[in-house]
Structure formats: structure tokens, C-alpha cells
Design a protein around this ligand. Structure first.
Ligand code: BTN
Length: 243
């Protein structure tokens, strides 16, 4: 794929995001570099959580991207992953804003985007997109089994991780180059399952409750707060209170 300039396939590492960050510090032409690992000893989730990354069963990789349309990047990556899974395994994944991917009500994929801001321009100098998918896991840790699942558990099919990876990369390069903003957001909207849910979220250090009305053109979440104010949420995490 001409989108990928360089690839590192590792048996194990601490975190593919960290590994790629180290490469990009040393090499400024690293855009399009991908790091894939068969396992991670310290897989990183959002908000300082750990991403459990056992060997042989999951797909763990990171890609260095040019930071175009930064506000849309996480949602366009989520769309790319979700549509790849749907096409290959004939399922109907859903997206929890911003970029968790769910199948049959449980999470199968998480995405961690990390970047570095250039002080002068206040724009990111690089972005690292880390994607972790539970693929062939035959079971999920007890503590997570009611919120997470794997493709194998849901489809009963043993999955070729390389085929999945290549479909995701094809989608990322397709959406990055061709799809107009509107096209990709309409797919994102269809897959986003929070509409009408009551959620709890944090904004300006305050915990708020509101109802999700939809997704705006910049992929922010439109929320009606419980004191009837309409606001847009650009980043962060939301917790579902009721659907
Ligand atoms: C989340 O759900 O909170 C995000 C999980 C992101 C996990 C992936 S696995 C590949 C890449 N390397 C990491 O250390 N994290 C991401």
C-alpha cells in the first residue's frame, strides 16, 4: 500500500505508540510508518489505563500520520476500522463517540491518539494513532467480560489478523485521500449509537449530565444538558447513564 512508507513488525514491545514515538523523534521523515506487535507488555489505553495485549490473538498497531483535519482524525480512523470489520466479517459494528468500536453491545476496539504540539504554530508536528482490537481471543478477562468482547467470540470465526490489518489500512488511505468530509461523517453518524442516550461527561472540570442529540459536522457531540442548554463536546469521554 503506498500509504505506508515504512513498517516495523515486532514480536513484542512495551507499546507500539511509544515505540513509534521514539522513532519519530529520531527521524523527521517517518510519516506513514507503521509499527505492529504480536503482544505489548505495557499497552496503553486512554486516561492512563492499561490496554490488555496478550500475544497471538489481538491486533496492536500504530501509524504516524500527517496531522490534517485534526478535529476529525479520531472519528475518521474509527470509521475506517468499523467499516473494515463490517465488510470482512459481515457484521454491524457501532461506534461510541469518539472512537470506541462495539460489536453486539461490547467493546472490541480502542483507539489512542497521541501527538506533539509545535510551540510556535500551536499545531501538531505529528500524530500517532494507536489501534488495538480483540481479534481471536477465545475469552475475555473476568473483570472485563461484561463490557468487552472479541471478534472470534462474536463471529465464531478464526480471523486472519493480517487480512484485517490490510483492510483497515486500505480504508484509512481511502478516507484520508478521497472521501469528502460529508461522506465520511454520514457513515460515522449512522454507526454512532449514543443518540438519545443520557450521559455523564466532564467539561471545564465540571461533571455534567445531558442527553445526546447527535454528531455535528466537526464530529463534536451535540448535547442538551439537564438545564436545557445545547452544547458541543469536542473531546473527552462520556459515560452512558441510560439509553
Ligand atoms: C482505549 O480503548 O482506551 C485505547 C486503547 C488503544 C490500544 C492501542 S494497542 C496499539 C497502540 N499501542 C498502545 O499502547 N495503545 C494503542
Amino acid at each position: 500500500n503506498d500509504f505506508i512508507s515504512n513498517s516495523f513488525i515486532l514480536n513484542t514491545c512495551d507499546s507500539t505508540n511509544t515505540y513509534l514515538k521514539n522513532i519519530s523523534m529520531k527521524n523527521s521523515t517517518a510519516e506513514g510508518t507503521i509499527v505492529v506487535a504480536n503482544s505489548q507488555s505495557n499497552g496503553k489505553g486512554r486516561q492512563g489505563r492499561l490496554f490488555y495485549s496478550p500475544e497471538n490473538v489481538g491486533l496492536y498497531f500504530s501509524i504516524l500520520l500527517k496531522p490534517f483535519k485534526i478535529d476529525l482524525i479520531t472519528s475518521f480512523i474509527a470509521t475506517s476500522v468499523a467499516t473494515a470489520i463490517d465488510k470482512l466479517y459481515n457484521v454491524n459494528t457501532q461506534i461510541k463517540w469518539v472512537n470506541d468500536i462495539y460489536l453486539n453491545g461490547k467493546k472490541i476496539c480502542g483507539i489512542l491518539t497521541e501527538g506533539q504540539i509545535e510551540i510556535e504554530s500551536q499545531s501538531p508536528s505529528f500524530l500517532i494513532i494507536g489501534i488495538g482490537i480483540n481479534v481471536n481471543n477465545i475469552s475475555i478477562n473476568k473483570e472485563l467480560s461484561n463490557i468487552a468482547t472479541s471478534l472470534f467470540i462474536e463471529t465464531k470465526k478464526s480471523i486472519n489478523r493480517l487480512e484485517l490489518l490490510s483492510e483497515i489500512i486500505n480504508n484509512i488511505s481511502y478516507y484520508a485521500n478521497k472521501i469528502s468530509k460529508g461522506d465520511f461523517i454520514s457513515i460515522y453518524r449512522k454507526k454512532m449509537f449514543l443518540v438519545n442516550s443520557k450521559i455523564k461527561f466532564t467539561r471545564n472540570n465540571k461533571i455534567l449530565i445531558g442527553k445526546v442529540l447527535g454528531v455535528d459536522d466537526d464530529c463534536s457531540l451535540i448535547i442538551e444538558t439537564d438545564n436545557n442548554e445545547i452544547i458541543n463536546l469536542n473531546s473527552g469521554e462520556v459515560h452512558i447513564i441510560s439509553v
